[in-house]
Design a protein around this ligand. Structure first.
Ligand code: HEM
Ligand SMILES: Nc1cccc2nccn12
Length: 287
């Protein structure tokens, strides 16, 4: 009989779980980086690839992976993210059928789960676009500014106050780099474990301006080993942000649940999905 002509390969959940597992394995193997994990910088890549969205014009967002191209790759806010894009290149080579747009957001979801954070349900369907879809500079937040700026940037994406505070809780992870943003990121808590520590420290520590010749940033009075950005401090200066900071500082379960919902929303900004079915990937320590 005529051999059945094979139709196009349509990846299923099991195929995306294989990509998840390959990223998780690479995270486990590549520990000679920063505080021992590429996880935090993968989260930042997924966030910066999605946070360019403008709800009024429908431009930007995670559909396109246009940070592959200058000028977007060279925007100041994206300094250092080549490390995350390069980390994912071998995964793209192993699974050429996945778009960069899907790979980068899957990398962010995988990193949160592998760093003991909440599960991040994830949908495929993003399509890579060319350099003409690059967004202008200035779509991402400037750490030197205040609460008005934080609200301008995140409401442009479509987030309310509670969602903005939850999202910035990702600053429990990783560090700042003087050769990237210019900020100095000593952080002696658990930069490779997702927790509500960022909020607990914001409300429980006394914060003083750091005495150095770098950009304005804050350090904790008791040990001088922690740091906060001016936009981090804005979250306790503004009373409507502060009430969420205090809630998340006291209730880690609430933070985990609300972070998961808002991170899913962030990673799906600007994507004309064909399906509303999301996958929940098995975390490596669960197998
Ligand atoms: C007001 C909003 C925000 C501002 C101004 C901001 C700014 C920054 C800056 C300046 C750094 C240091 C970059 C470096 O020098 O390597 C950083 C790191 C980081 N940010 Fe944010 N950020 C914001 C919101 C977010 C959000 C919404 C997420 C994710 C949901 C996020 C995740 C991260 C992570 C994981 C790191 C550590 C990266 C690493 O260790 O390499 N940030 N952020
Ligand atoms: N780890 C980290 C990264 C970026 C911002 C920030 N603020 C406090 C901690 N933190």
């Amino acid at each position: 009989a005529q051999a059945q002509a094979k139709g196009p390969f349509v990846p299923a959940q099991a195929d995306y779980q294989k990509v998840y597992d390959a990223i998780a394995q690479r995270l486990a193997d590549e520990t000679d980086y920063d505080d021992g994990s590429y996880g935090p910088v993968l989260v930042r890549l997924a966030w910066h690839a999605s946070g360019t969205y403008d709800k009024e014009t429908g431009t930007g967002g995670s559909n396109g992976a246009t940070m592959r191209f200058a000028p977007e790759s060279d925007h100041g806010a994206n300094a250092g993210l080549k490390a995350a894009r390069d980390f994912l290149e071998p995964i793209k080579a192993q699974f050429p059928w996945i778009s960069y747009s899907d790979l980068w957001t899957l990398g962010g979801a995988c990193a949160i789960q592998e760093l003991s954070g909440p599960t991040i349900p994830w949908r495929p369907g993003r399509e890579d676009r060319d350099v003409s879809a690059c967004t202008p500079d200035g779509r991402l937040p400037d750490a030197a500014k205040d609460q008005r700026h934080v609200r301008d940037i995140f409401s442009r994406m479509g987030f309310d106050d509670r969602e903005m505070v939850a999202l910035i809780g990702a600053h429990a992870l990783g560090r700042c780099h003087t050769d990237r943003s210019g900020y100095d990121g000593p952080w002696n808590f658990s930069p490779t474990v997702f927790t509500n520590e960022f909020f607990r420290l914001l409300v429980e520590e006394k914060w003083n301006q750091k005495k150095w010749n770098g950009p304005t940033q804050f350090t904790d009075k008791s040990t001088g080993t922690l740091m906060m950005l001016p936009t981090d401090m804005a979250l306790i200066k503004d009373k409507n942000f502060k009430k969420h900071v205090e809630r998340y500082a006291k209730d880690s379960d609430a933070f985990f649940k609300e972070f998961s919902d808002v991170f899913v929303k962030l990673l799906e900004l600007g994507v004309p999905f064909k399906t509303d079915e999301r996958f929940v990937f098995k975390t490596s320590d669960s197998e």
